[in-house]
Design a protein around this ligand. Sequence first.
Ligand SMILES: Nc1ncnc2c1ncn2[C@@H]1O[C@H](COP(=O)(O)OP(=O)(O)OP(=O)(O)O)[C@@H](O)[C@H]1O
Ligand SMILES: [Mg+2]
Length: 231
Amino acid sequence: MPVGTAAIEAVELCAGYDRQPVVKDLNLSVAPGEIVALLGPNGAGKTTTLLTLAGELPSIGGQTRLFGERASGPLHRRARRGLALITEERSVFMGMSVRDNLRIGGGSVEGALEIFPELTDHLGRKAGLLSGGQQQMLTLGRALSRRPRVLLADELSLGLAPVIVDRLLDQVSGAAKDGLAVLLVEQHVSAVLGVADRGYVLVHGRVQLEGTSAELSADGRLEQAYLASAS
Ligand SMILES: Nc1ncnc2c1ncn2[C@@H]1O[C@H](COP(=O)(O)OP(=O)(O)OP(=O)(O)O)[C@@H](O)[C@H]1O
Ligand SMILES: [Mg+2]
């Protein structure tokens, strides 16, 4: 892999539904070891972008590249090239034990417990009995235990207490230090900019702002992007 090759890259990507684009001409990249935030108001196209990068939605134009090569096909094919997707629905099998949930799809119980030891005492319980935070630890622990090279995560912290959000983001940071490329969609803007290296702000399907986390945090236009679209 040439130096500087992105782990995942959108090149002039157009994405949407029924061939109607809601995301237009998107260019973004995440390098190995980098955490990148994808921000923007409700309806901006963040979930649509992640699902398209992951192969869950067909693209309307442009390309997704994984480690410099065009990605095609559904998620399970991209997963073989190291891609992991965490969607808003936590994909926890509520009637199954925590242990069995961790094993599903090539996850490793030991690997997940190394990341989230707090699940140890719950292995035999039905996952549906876990708290929201514990369920998200299960989801993230399972995904990271497969040792992906690229993680796309949509609203990892939805509805969770700040202390749990910090715990989850800490583990994402740890994995990034080991080389994982991470693209995070988050509503907790300040929390995510605290761990991200860079970010993109999507408004009405287009990148309106991009920069390092420090630049975005200091830029009044970030808040404006959210306010303008709410009015
Ligand atoms: N299944 C669908 N069919 C048709 N249009 C959709 C579908 N899902 C989303 N959209 C539309 O695509 C646009 C972008 O939606 P998307 O879910 O990507 O936004 P988002 O940035 O993730 O928003 P949020 O912050 O609320 O999660 C919206 O206008 C939405 O109504
Ligand atoms: Mg969304």
